[in-house]
Design a protein around this ligand. Structure first.
Ligand code: CTP
Length: 194
């Protein structure tokens, strides 16, 4: 009846999948929202962070490029109720526990012929937080956005990002459609894979 979720629409992930497919990649899109792609591409529907983690583990070995655009929950309730929790029983205390950090896992297990691209949703200290995630999660690129800025990130058709790479590398993509952001990210990936 009730669950913890977030405001992400999944549109940036879908835009990445469509951009990759248009550039000739064979795509597996692991998503929580309803979306379809024509074969040879594939959509794997998941509901929870645990299901997403399991699906990423299943497909990551065969993938050349792994991109984590999902706003994965960091915490989940420790228990769930089979029955509806009644108001008359008073205000419940919800105990949380950490979920698996999928990007951290994928980055840690990355082969030298693979590229891992993460995202960073920030409201403050965007640059230092993004670079910290790049290093600590073992990503090749981190795409950072300020989710408190107007028209950026969660729930919008548009995004504005900074793409961080090793050695102070940074590219700015000003406010534009999420598909154009996806194109800018793949331009960077293409340069690096050459
Ligand atoms: N991520 C993940 N698994 C999680 C949480 C996040 O794979 N359980 C990935 C996201 O898909 C993104 C990156 O890690 O590519 C950064 O996610 P973000 O929400 O910005 O940061 P967190 O790592 O959750 O850290 P914090 O909430 O402290 O900023």
């Amino acid at each position: 009846v009730r669950y913890l979720g977030n405001r992400s629409s999944g549109r940036q992930g879908e835009a990445l999948a469509r951009e990759a497919a248009s550039r000739g990649a064979t795509v597996t899109l692991i998503a929580t929202m309803p979306v379809s792609m024509q074969p040879p591409h594939e959509v794997v529907a998941v509901d929870t962070a645990a299901e997403m983690s399991e699906a990423v583990a299943r497909f990551s070995e065969q993938s050349d490029i792994i991109m984590m655009a999902a706003a994965v929950a960091d915490f989940r309730p420790k228990t769930h109720s089979e029955l509806k929790m009644k108001k008359r029983d008073g205000v419940p205390e919800v105990m949380l526990e950490a979920t698996v950090d999928i990007l951290d896992r994928v980055g840690g297990a990355k082969r030298s012929d693979q590229m891992v691209v993460g995202f960073a949703a920030e409201t403050d200290d965007l640059r230092s937080n993004a670079v910290e995630k790049l290093v600590s999660k073992g990503a090749d690129l981190i795409v950072a956005n300020d989710v408190s800025a107007p028209q950026v990130g969660f729930g919008h058709e548009t995004n504005a990002v900074l793409i961080f790479g090793p050695e102070d590398f940074v590219v700015e993509v000003p406010l534009t459609h999420k598909r154009a952001v996806a194109a800018a990210i793949f331009d960077e990936i293409a340069k690096r894979r050459k």
